[in-house]
Design a protein around this ligand. Structure first.
Ligand SMILES: Cc1cc2nc3c(=O)[nH]c(=O)nc-3n(C[C@H](O)[C@H](O)[C@H](O)COP(=O)(O)OP(=O)(O)OC[C@H]3O[C@@H](n4cnc5c(N)ncnc54)[C@H](O)[C@@H]3O)c2cc1C
Length: 477
């Protein structure tokens, strides 16, 4: 019996497998052989590196010498060409087969067993069971907890999948070469271009080789498999302005292939003995370039939750629910970000491809953000403060991550908060609320907070204070 069985050896599976093995659990990663399609190249923006550091794999990533990238070049909405350098460092352009092999190697080196074959879900009254097939042999894999990290295949996740309305998208992908290089402001940039009823995307893995995909609605374009796909691919390229010009100078190296890129989430992200991590639980728009980061962050939390379930069975339900809440929140955050971009393009093209996608979001979060920004402005104008905790505010125990486990911690409960909250921008909110009444100057409160708690930067502190005022947890008299 394994402590943990992990289905899928992509970024999520390899990350969760490595962490659980490092933390002393017996782990098997069950993964499929490489797909018959070429592997995609993908962009990992600089913020992914923060996660690499946190996961202590930045050294291995550096050694792999992936193609570094400094930003995006974008043709979007009403704007002409916009070069958008990253403000926070460089990212990586990776061929996914190389990146995945590296992560899986790290998981193996940490002690996880890696097996190649095909996993099957066997529904069971008590949760899920899995069987694994290698060649003609199929056997049950007994495990105390299962992490489904099988991506879009969703070996278990598929049974709980909720498709996002109006988001059906297929990515038509191809690989282009130009030995003389492309005429671009920066050869390392990801290129993104919106057009009438779709958008084009290109990631380089060298100054000469670029992956190019068109994200289109399969219904709108009446796509057909086989030879029709090549014609559809070229037809999409012809609709663009910038891409058409750039890629007229190169050669399409492969027959184009299609990949489903429709959005989905899950009815729930856990079951009695399993968790859905990464794309097995939800898929965000590739426009964000955050799919890999989201998958690896989800895997880290899934590992923390699995570790908690294995070490402290009494915390199982609380930990699983914590994971579920967090996955839901992350998905809706990304949904809102891409919907804002789709709205921008809808303003120019007005095509159903854009207008329908721009309705993907609920606007509550955007409204909350505006209120926090207003509170921050007011706070900055004030010469002194007299803060007190509102009568309606209570404290409650809430699950939170502490190291490798889910623990219970004090959190604020108030009518103005959508959910109980313990930390915001790394600021310990219950402590800040307790201290707020003792100071009449924001700088004094800031200094006192940093002396008493783990220090935070001023912008984080101000954001937390503004949020507490906007949510009327604190009242300025
Ligand atoms: C067109 C397109 C462009 C994208 N561009 C970017 C980008 O630029 N940047 C970015 O960060 N993200 C991008 N993404 C998103 C990114 O690819 C995913 O979010 C990411 O791969 C999720 O990782 P994962 O480990 O959850 O799933 P996956 O990477 O899908 O890994 C799942 C693993 O499970 C295995 N598996 C599946 N079924 C079985 C089975 N039955 N048995 C055993 N193993 C199985 C698979 O072989 C695979 O190894 C893009 C996605 C698309 C479609």
């Amino acid at each position: 019996m394994f402590d943990a069985a992990i289905i899928g050896g992509g970024p999520a599976g390899a990350t969760a497998g490595r962490l659980l093995a490092q933390w002393g659990h017996s782990v098997t990663i069950l993964t499929a052989p490489p797909s018959r399609h070429p592997s995609l190249a993908e962009c990992l923006p600089p913020s992914t590196s923060k996660l690499f550091h946190f996961l202590e794999i930045q050294g291995a990533i550096d050694e792999a010498e992936f193609f570094p990238t400094t930003g995006n070049t974008v043709w979007w909405g009403k704007n002409r060409r916009r070069a958008e350098p990253y403000p926070d460092g460089t990212g990586h352009q990776v061929r996914r087969s190389d990146f995945d092999r590296l992560l899986l190697g790290l998981a193996g080196a940490a002690g996880a067993q890696v097996q190649v074959g095909k996993a099957f879900h066997v529904p069971d009254a008590n949760g899920a069971r899995i069987e694994f097939q290698i060649d003609a042999e199929r056997a049950a894999i007994p495990a105390r907890i299962i992490l489904d990290c099988s991506g879009r295949a969703g070996v278990i996740g598929r049974t709980l999948r909720v498709k996002e309305k109006n988001s059906r998208t297929v990515a038509l992908c191809g690989i282009w070469r130009n030995e003389r290089g492309w005429k671009l402001p920066d050869a390392s940039h990801t290129l993104v271009e919106a057009y009438s009823d779709g958008w084009a995307w290109s990631v380089p893995i060298s100054p000469f080789l670029r992956y190019v995909a068109f994200m289109v609605d399969p219904g709108e374009t009446r796509l057909v498999r086989g030879t029709g796909l090549s014609a559809a691919y070229i037809a999409q390229l012809a609709k663009t302005r910038a891409f058409r010009k750039i890629f007229s100078r190169g050669n399409l190296e492969t027959a184009p292939w299609g990949a489903d890129a429709s959005l989905y989430s899950a009815k729930r992200f856990f079951g009695p003995n399993f968790l859905l991590a990464g794309d097995a639980g939800s898929f965000i728009d590739p426009l964000s370039s955050f799919g890999v980061k989201k998958a690896m962050a989800s895997a880290w939390i899934a590992a923390v939750v699995a570790n908690t379930c294995l070490r402290r069975p009494a915390m199982r339900e609380i930990a699983m629910k914590f994971f579920d809440d967090r996955e839901r929140e992350v998905y809706s955050g990304y949904l809102q970000k891409s919907a804002a971009l789709f709205r921008e393009a809808a303003g120019k093209y007005g095509h159903a491809f854009w207008t329908l996608r721009s309705e993907l979001l609920e606007t509550q979060k955007a409204k909350d953000n505006r209120e926090v920004a207003d509170a921050l402005k007011q706070l900055k104008r004030k010469s002194s403060i007299r803060l007190r905790r509102a009568e309606s505010v209570r404290m409650e125990s809430r699950p939170a991550i502490e190291g490798r486990e889910i623990v219970l911690r004090d959190a604020l409960v108030a009518p103005g908060l959508p959910a109980p909250l313990d930390y915001f921008e790394n600021v310990d909110l219950p402590r800040l609320v307790d201290m707020a009444g003792y100071h009449t100057q924001v700088p004094d409160l800031f200094e006192a907070y940093n002396r008493a708690c783990r220090p935070v930067a001023l912008p984080n502190f101000l954001a937390a204070l503004a949020m507490l005022l906007a949510a009327q947890v604190l009242v300025d008299e």
